[in-house]
Design a protein around this ligand. Structure first.
Ligand code: ZN
Ligand code: ZN
Length: 369
């Protein structure tokens, strides 16, 4: 399912062609993955047979597909593009090189398999290959109104799952059991895939990318629940809330209050003209001022769209300026090894004058008694 119209496809192709021209790139080649889905709405599975969209810098676009996938390609929003279907005994790389024509430099999508890239190099000797990511990311990181709506629906869907998490979290259950219930709920609430389920309890909460384990949860555990999935249109959700089984210690409560303030401050400063690193610093400075700087061991956030992690990254050293339509996570945390951890994560979209959070469930510590 794609919300792209043929006009959107043409506009995105024209934008890529223009950027290619500006960078002296003769053609941009895109194999299956999020870039292809973004550009022409074709959600092809990356397989050994070559599927490749060729966008020449003169604006001509052409899709090379295996004959047996031609019908699937014809059902996508990019079906009006010229298409060449190749048979099982044809050489699709020669065919692609022929469509590209004479050239000295091509860009390939970041997720093109090395095998495909090397075989293209073999049939195009002397042609330089560069990454297409820097071009395509310029488009993907600035969400259209339709894309913002799609991310809003994804955010609402994952919020409904978080509202159900207190039913699943019980003393005596394992992280894995709770994780399975959450995965079912992610699908039940409108996603088509479960992309990740983190249920990190007690000392496991000190590991930001812990997934699930057979640890039995008990009273006194903080539980970090970081979950996300993909909606039918390909847009993704990602949201973290921290729960607590039984009463938290005074130390945990105090640390959590600092985290809550840090997350709120970082969202508050988001606005066009602010840089990514300023957003990161806003959260980090509050944690550091309370002696928790060493406990915040990752960047503050990442862009989100057709991938869970994409540009722009909210990290020290990234001086990129925010613009309306950029969507990213704001997710500071604290991690005390062997003891506990917590994280609060919302997806926010930059508006004309500030930011709008796409996740709206409470940021307060949810204590389950
Ligand atoms: Zn997350
Ligand atoms: Zn995230």
């Amino acid at each position: 399912m794609s919300s792209l119209s043929p006009d959107d496809v043409d506009a995105r192709i024209a934008a890529v062609a223009l950027m290619a021209q500006e960078r002296a790139i003769d053609a941009v080649l895109v194999t299956p993955g999020p870039d292809l889905r973004y550009l022409i709405g074709y959600d092809a599975v990356p397989l050994e047979r070559l599927t490749c969209l060729v966008i020449r810098s003169d604006g001509q676009a052409h899709l090379v597909v295996p004959a047996l996938e031609s019908l699937a390609a014809a059902a996508s929003p990019g079906s009006h593009l010229p298409r060449s279907a190749w048979g099982e005994t044809d050489d699709p790389f020669l065919l692609t090189a022929d469509i590209v024509g004479s050239c000295s430099r091509i860009a390939v999508n970041n997720q093109m398999w090395a095998e495909k890239s090397l075989r293209l190099a073999a049939v195009m000797p002397g042609v330089e290959q560069v990454l297409a990511g820097p071009l395509i990311d310029e488009l993907r990181m600035r969400k259209s109104a339709v894309e913002v709506l799609a991310l809003t629906r994804a955010g609402a869907a994952i919020d409904r799952v978080h509202q159900r998490v207190p039913e699943f979290l019980r003393e005596g259950r394992t992280e894995r059991e709770v994780g399975a219930d959450i995965a079912d709920a992610i699908l039940a609430e409108g996603h088509v895939t479960v992309d990740f389920v983190i249920v990190a309890s007690g000392p496991n909460a000190a590991s930001p990318h812990h997934e699930v384990s057979d640890r039995v949860m008990m009273s006194g555990d903080a539980v970090v629940v970081d979950i996300g999935g993909s909606m039918p249109d390909g847009y993704r959700s990602d949201c973290t809330r921290t729960y607590h089984l039984g009463e938290p210690t005074e130390e945990f409560r105090q640390r959590y209050a600092v985290l809550q303030a840090a997350q709120a401050k970082a969202v508050e400063i988001v606005s066009p003209g602010i840089t990514c690193e300023q957003v990161d610093a806003a959260a980090r400075d509050i944690l550091a001022a309370e002696g928790m700087g060493d406990l915040f061991i990752h960047r503050t956030g990442h862009g989100i769209g057709m991938e869970t992690h994409e540009e722009p990254y909210i990290v020290a050293g990234n001086s990129r300026t925010l613009e309306p339509g950029m969507a990213f996570s704001v997710e500071p945390g604290f991690y005390a090894e062997g003891l506990h951890g917590a994280r609060i994560e919302d997806i926010v979209v930059v508006t004309e004058s500030g930011a709008r959070a796409l996740n709206t469930t409470t940021h307060d510590l949810v204590v389950i008694r």
